[in-house]
Structure formats: C-alpha cells, structure tokens
Design a protein around this ligand. Structure first.
Ligand code: NAD
Length: 260
C-alpha cells in the first residue's frame, strides 16, 4: 500500500514508534528510524526490518530537544531515502510529580521533546510534502491530550498543545493534499509505562502485576492495554486514501478512557 513512500518515525527504537515502523515497513514503506539506544541494538533492528520486509530502513540519531538536529534529520531523510512523505511525531517522555515539586529542567525537557520537536519537524517537512502535493503528518498525542491526570502537568500541557498544533497545521494545509492528525492512545505497555507501574508497585508495596491491574482499572474501562501494532494500523489508515478528508482530528484509541 505504501510502496515508494518514505516515512520518518521519531522515537522508533522502542515501544509505540517501533510498532508503527514495523506496520509501515510491512506495507513496503521506507522508514527513517530515530531514537536513543545501544548502537548494536539499533543496527540489529534495522537489519531485521530490512531483511523481513525488503525496504530501506535508515536511522538518524537526532536528539529531539535540539531543533537543529530535528531539521537535520528531515534533510538527511530526503538525501538518504529520497523523500519525506509521512511524518510520525512519536518521540515522547513522561515525568510524574506534583506542580509544587516539578523540576524546572524536566518541564523544559518534556515540552521540548513532546511539543516543540513535532513543530520543528513539521516545519521542516512541509516544503517537501507541498512539492509532491501529498503528505501525512501523524502526531502521537495521548488520552492526556484530551483529559488530565494529577502529577502530569508538563505531559498533559504538552499533549494538549500537540492536539492544538495538529489543528493549526490541518487548517494551514487544508486542500493541499497534506493531512495532519493526532492519535490519542490510552495505556500501552511500553518502557514509558512500565516505569510508572514499577514506581506504583514500589510506592504502594504491592506486586508489579497488581500495580499493572490498578493502573489499568483507574483509567481504562477495557482493562486491556492498547498495543503498538494497533496504533501502527491506525497510522496506516490515516495514510490511506480513505482518510484523505480526515484532517485536524484527534483519534482516540484508549479502551474507553476518554468516553467517561
Ligand atoms: P518509549 O519510552 O518506549 O519510547 C520513546 C522513544 O522516544 C524511544 O525510542 C526513545 O529513545 C525516544 N526518545 C526519548 N527521548 C528522545 C530524544 N530526546 N530524542 C530522540 N528520541 C527520544 O515510549 P512509548 O510509550 O512508546 O511512547 C511513544 C509516544 O507515545 C510518546 O509520545 C508517548 O507520550 C506516547 N504515548 C504513550 C502511551 C503509553 O501508554 N505508553 C500512551 C499515550 C501516548
């Protein structure tokens, strides 16, 4: 379905980004991966995906806190893979603390990675997409882009901001063949969430499995995790012609979290 297209998936060395990369690669899309991790582990991931799907899998180590590096990643993708047709802004971090105790540096870091990086990547990618009169921008926001939780001020503010940025980009790009949408997942069992489960187990002196059930029960009525593959399939749909007129939207994939 995506043969001849090139995607950038930020934060794709782990979790949701890796799941999205795999779904896109399986549809013959070339992908520029990004994110942190051990060099050998990343090279092995690239080799595995290339072997399995016979597509080009690049890697750019841009640090999403650095606007120049974000721009350089978009340029390198054009140079090395020939185009930038799909941009998935997925890289993100979390920090859990009350407003009174929230470290200033953490606030800045969450904002830089979760909100400013998508802006810089979108700004760099738009000219290439305009030339081709086709493009897909998908911002991985969160249920926390639509509703709040305690102790997540920076994350909730950044994700609400990302939903807002999605709407502005959609309006500015309307009719150009380029769409911009947000995906708002509920809990997905990735390292980002595992850390929160482990902290809960530690703080409450309960087993990790109990903490997992408690975490799901608090927010997600289905009491089941969303999977990275399911999010990848939603990205794929947003890249299809069936989604040509879907733009500026926020797609919830959250087991009922935000229906409450
Ligand atoms: P994860 O921790 O498994 O992966 C995060 C990825 O971002 C990794 O590849 C990491 O290397 C990369 N990254 C972190 N800082 C970076 C930086 N400065 N520069 C470049 N790359 C960087 O997390 P995940 O759960 O897969 O989260 C992916 C996205 O999905 C995030 O935006 C997150 O907010 C969002 N999300 C996650 C959940 C969930 O339940 N896991 C729910 C809703 C939304």
């Amino acid at each position: 379905m995506l043969k001849g297209k090139v995607a950038i998936v930020t934060g794709s060395t782990s979790g949701i980004g890796l799941g999205i990369t795999e779904v896109l690669a399986a549809q013959q899309c070339d992908v520029m991966m990004n994110g942190f991790g051990d060099e050998k582990m990343i090279a092995a991931l690239q080799a595995k995906l290339h072997r399995q799907y016979k597509v080009k899998i690049g890697y750019h180590g841009a640090d999403m806190t650095q606007p120049d590096e974000v721009q350089a990643m978009v340029k390198a993708t054009r140079r090395e893979l020939g185009s930038v047709d799909i941009l998935v802004n997925n890289a993100g971090i979390q920090h859990v603390a009350s407003i009174e105790e929230f470290p200033r540096a953490k606030w800045d870091q969450v904002m830089a990675i979760n909100l400013s990086a998508p802006f810089h990547a979108i700004q760099a990618a738009i000219p290439h997409m305009r030339k081709k009169k086709w493009g897909r921008i998908v911002n991985i926001a969160s249920a926390h882009g639509l509703v709040a939780s305690v102790n997540k001020s920076a994350y909730v503010a950044a994700k609400h901001g990302l939903v807002g940025l999605t709407k502005v980009a959609a309006l500015e790009l309307a009719g150009s063949g380029i769409t911009c949408n947000a995906i708002c997942p509920g809990w997905v069992l990735t390292p980002l969430v595992q850390k929160q489960i482990d902290e809960k187990a530690h703080d409450k002196k309960i087993k990790v499995k109990e903490a997992e059930i408690e975490l799901l029960s608090e927010k997600q009525p289905s009491k089941q995790f969303v999977t990275p593959e399911q999010i990848g399939k939603l990205v794929l749909f947003l890249c299809s012609s069936g989604a040509d007129q879907i733009t500026g939207s926020s797609q919830s994939i959250d087991g009922g979290w935000t229906a409450q």
